[in-house]
Design a binder for this molecule. Structure first.
Ligand code: NAP
Length: 482
């Protein structure tokens, strides 16, 4: 069934403005929203429907640019605003009335785009007013907790109102076209599977680098840092999709089962190996990639003593038959030289080269940002005559999703996720045991850092990260793909 009501808590927030309303608009515009679907937007700030609709229109136009030059009234008429403090019981009666107006509210999706510290209050409020019964479901934003313990606590509170199959945990990376394409690439093409193991693959590198700093997110970021903000979710999700066994189907359950196995196979990182397996960094003053000076992290978050990492690299190992001995290098950082998200699968060298020197190893690059692209680096004969041997060159077999999409608009990752939540399809959402397995591994690293007193190493804003990162790869005879 498809939901008839979408309730958005945190409707005046940054995420709602930049991502959620523009995504809802595009779903509306392309005919994916059921005609009768109403969007009930909730936050504390006082607003009339009209004022709020004007805010939504401004956000949608700002995000869409010149391409949105038409009247948005048909979309805006779906949107209703309710000023509600979720921590007090009063507003829920009014919410219930609005949800059930005109015979609606038979199937409701609640999107909790607020701080996780009030998820519990929202769930309690909905349950006590009879608003959380099946088939109603909830979507919860990350981060769900700061560590395993707080993750369990939040999930337990949500579970009192919504059963696991009605809890949709967002990792917006899973809504990205190229991330889904990773599943298609691996499991819709016969050619890759026989090569997808330690026999043929030498290393895997997964990097998410940002050019922005922590400005504007100071308080939150300074508490979480790169490990909890990025590694625990996006990087480990990408690692799972690269490393998991073929699932028996595309169902949420089948994919989740395979992802959990990967997470549980991650070799523990403890105080005995944390110094050789991880690098922690924090950016110092430097440059913005497009010119101008960039302040230090401590300046950005106004905390002169901050010991939070803005960069982390980990050499992970997956202890199973397929991947034994293959390093998975995971790296993420802020204020780096370029904005890039990519997975590089590096293949082993030839067992014997009949061409002598100059044969590079094959590499499969799956680039998610800045543009979506999949490239296989292959060796090719250099064209023309040669007096000696056969000179080779390395060329990319290039699948550019930008060209393939013929310049079509690049989708917001949330579009697919909101659509799936409305359609009650949980396959692109994160299940509870996956999240717990991820936190367990992350917590062990954080504990080991503490036990070893490992402080972040400095790196200049606008650089490629701390120089110590090279030791991590060189130890195995590898290097980073910048
Ligand atoms: P935000 O800008 O601080 O917005 C929080 C929203 O919650 C506001 O609409 C606020 O509205 C509302 N709110 C706060 N207390 C409330 C209460 N007691 N009752 C009702 N509404 C209340 O946060 P955000 O950046 O949009 O993030 C929302 C969630 O998404 C967080 O969990 C965040 O970690 C996650 N997230 C955000 C981003 C992002 O890019 N922003 C990315 C990934 C994940 P009023 O003040 O009007 O009540």
């Amino acid at each position: 069934m498809t939901a008839d009501t979408f309730v958005l808590f945190g409707a005046t927030g940054d995420l709602a403005k930049r991502m959620l309303f523009p995504s809802l608009y595009h779903l509306h515009q392309e005919g994916f929203l059921p005609d009768h679907l109403r969007i009930i937007a909730c936050a504390r700030s006082p607003r009339s429907h009209e004022e709020f609709r004007a805010d939504v229109e401004a956000s949608v136009r700002e995000r869409g640019g010149k391409e949105i030059d038409h009247d948005l009234t048909p979309f805006l008429e779906r949107v209703f605003y309710l000023s509600l403090d979720v921590t007090t019981p009063e507003g829920y009666d009014e919410l219930s009335r609005i949800i059930h107006e005109g015979g609606c509210g038979k199937e409701v999706v609640y999107y909790l785009s607020t701080s996780p510290s009030i998820f519990g209050e929202v769930c309690r409020g909905l349950k006590s007013h009879g608003l959380a019964d099946a088939p109603n479901r909830c979507v919860v934003e990350k981060p769900i907790g700061y560590d395993l313990e707080s993750n369990i606590e939040i999930n337990d509170t949500v579970a009192k109102a919504f059963s696991e199959e009605r809890t949709f945990r967002i990792d917006h990376y899973l809504g990205k076209e190229t991330v889904q394409n990773l599943v298609a690439l691996r499991f819709a093409n016969r050619i890759f599977e026989p090569l997808w193991n330690s026999e043929t693959i030498k290393s895997v590198q997964i990097s998410i680098s940002e050019t922005v700093g922590a400005e504007g997110r100071g308080g939150y970021y300074d508490e979480y840092g790169a490990m909890r903000d990025m590694m625990q979710n996006h990087l480990l999700q990408l690692l799972c999709l690269v490393a998991m066994e073929p699932p028996s189907s595309l169902s949420a359950e089948a994919i989740r089962n395979e992802k959990v196995k990967v997470l549980k196979s991650l070799a523990p990182i403890t105080k005995d190996n944390v110094e050789s397996k991880t690098v922690r960094g924090q950016y110092s003053e430097g440059f913005c990639p497009n010119g101008g000076q960039a302040p230090s992290y401590r300046h950005d978050v106004e905390n002169p003593d901050s010991g939070t990492e803005t960069y982390v690299a980990v050499a992970a190992e997956i202890q199973n038959w397929r991947w034994a001995g293959v390093p998975f290098y995971l790296e993420t950082g802020k204020r780096m030289a370029e904005r890039k998200t990519q997975v590089v699968i590096a293949f082993r060298p030839l067992p014997h080269s009949i061409f002598g020197q100059g044969v590079s190893e094959n590499e499969l690059h799956i680039v998610l940002q800045p543009e979506e692209r999949i490239t296989l680096q292959i060796m090719n004969k250099q064209p023309g005559l040669s007096a000696e041997g056969m000179p080779l060159e390395e060329l990319p077999l290039n699948l550019s999703l930008v060209e393939r999409n013929n310049g079509a608009r690049r989708r917001i990752a949330y579009e697919q996720l909101i659509l799936d939540a409305l359609l009650d399809n949980p396959s692109l959402f994160v299940q509870r045991d996956e999240q717990e397995a991820a936190w367990r591994w992350i917590d062990s690293i954080a504990d080991a850092w503490r036990e070893r007193g490992m402080e972040p190493k400095g790196y200049r804003a606008g650089s490629a990260g701390p120089s110590a990162k090279h030791v991590l790869t060189e130890r195995n005879g590898d290097s980073w793909y910048e």
